[in-house]
Design a protein around this ligand. Structure first.
Ligand code: PLP
Ligand code: TYF
Length: 395
């Protein structure tokens, strides 16, 4: 049965980490995968998480199965974080715990595929590599809407709106709520309002993906788009994740929320989402949910989290400026746009050949499309990266 199974290509991003790990170059720098590293180049264990873990360990609990839709306290805390504690939409919104943002997208995709088998999916061009694969595997035909304007180094907003306006009613539109991956270019508040009008007028189904809440401006500001969509009265889905914001990548802790027309519809939608969960993995794991709930619901730990998240955000911004300054010092004066981008990533404008040369000649790993993870830069590697970029640019 397995003899004819073909070898599948590696994940374009996670595959880079495998290549990085195998590289003997002592100066190597991994700017491939989107993982935040601290000023010493280490994956942080946030203090709020360490304290939450300590509290859980002091009061150990048995590990029964969770409800299919997740730990009730977790689900409630996520809903309040994403939509606001006093949001009018909570009574018609359901939330299920998910295996990271990816798991949330997949529950949503499987649910939509059964509910709207005729629908197609549109993702931004470009988008997170896994969007296309995930929705395609769920059975959808996946197209793109224009997003990145390479010449202008920004968003091709007119192109985006034209493509959304041309989409048939019922089309599922995947939107990055903040910190667009891979480009680092987000929409302005006015542009979001136009997107919402276009989505509503066209009867499209927005699926907001918010993997980086808190990494652009603040938890509140970054979540504003989700609230605006939710309160507009249209049906929508939101995938959220604590992988980055709590540095809990390996706990696989996220959530899918669906904003429905009324409470009755929400109950029916929840019942279907529970079938998706049950037939995939029955119910979610306990530990990450307990950690996140403890941090979100304890005022002291939550304040600490907001502070630590702000620290990660500020450090990334500082590294963007360091990178631009270092590039200028190395003779590259046309990459100042990096300081205007937001989130963990920068679309650097470097070509595939330059990215390959960065990797092979300098041990600096980014994606072939020119994406680099600025959240992995620090004072010890940024000058090396600047010199490497200058070398492959021929400066
Ligand atoms: N969506 C986007 C846009 C992402 O960049 C990521 C990154 O990991 C995810 C979803 C998935 O997040 P998670 O690691 O929580 O599954
Ligand atoms: O884009 C990134 O680098 C992050 C991490 O299959 C990631 O979103 C990358 C690939 C993947 C899962 C997570």
């Amino acid at each position: 049965i397995f003899s004819a199974v073909p070898l599948a290509p590696r994940d374009p991003i996670l595959g880079l980490t495998e290549a990085f790990n195998a590289d003997p170059n002592p100066a190597k720098v991994n700017l491939g995968v989107g993982v935040y590293q601290d000023a010493t180049g280490k994956l942080p264990l946030l203090e709020c998480v360490r304290l939450a873990e300590q509290r859980l360990a002091e009061n150990p609990k048995p590990r029964g199965y969770l409800p299919i839709d997740g730990l009730p306290g977790y689900v409630a805390a996520v809903r309040e974080l994403v939509f606001g504690a006093d949001s009018p939409v909570l009574r018609r919104t359901i939330t299920v715990q998910a295996l990271g943002g990816t798991g949330a997208l997949k529950i949503g995709a499987d649910f939509l595929r059964r509910t709207a088998p005729e629908a197609t999916v549109l993702i931004s061009n470009p988008s997170w590599e896994n969007h296309e694969a995930l929705f395609t595997r769920a059975g959808f035909s996946v197209g793109t809407y224009r997003y990145y304007d390479e010449q202008a180094k920004g968003v091709d907003f007119d192109g985006m709106i034209a493509d959304l306006a041309a989409a048939p009613a019922g089309t599922v539109v995947v939107l990055h709520a903040c910190c667009h991956n891979p480009t680092g270019y987000d929409l302005t508040a006015d542009q979001w309002a136009t997107v919402l009008d276009t989505v509503r007028a066209g009867g499209l189904v927005p699926f907001l993906d918010m993997a980086y809440q808190g990494f652009s401006e603040s938890l509140e500001a970054d979540g504003a788009v989700v609230r605006q969509f939710a309160e507009s009265g249209i049906a929508m889905l939101v995938a959220t994740s604590f992988s980055k914001s709590l540095s809990l990548y390996g706990e696989r802790i996220g959530a899918l929320s669906l904003v429905c027309a009324d409470a009755d519809e929400a109950a029916r939608v929840l019942s279907q989402d529970k079938i998706v969960v049950r037939t995939n993995y029955s119910n979610p794991p306990t530990h990450g949910a307990q950690l996140a709930t403890t941090v979100l619901t304890d005022p002291e730990l939550r304040a600490l989290w907001v502070d630590e998240l702000g620290g990660m955000r500020d450090r990334i911004k500082a590294m963007r400026h360091r990178l631009v300054a270092g590039l200028e010092a190395a003779g590259i004066t046309d990459m100042g746009f990096i300081a205007t981008q937001v989130g963990m990533f920068s679309y650097s404008g470097l070509t595939k050949d330059q990215m390959v040369a960065l990797r092979e000649q300098h041990g600096v790993y980014g994606t072939d499309k020119g994406r680099i993870c600025v959240a992995a830069l620090n004072d010890n590697n940024v000058d090396y990266v600047c010199r490497a970029i200058a070398a492959v640019r021929g400066a």
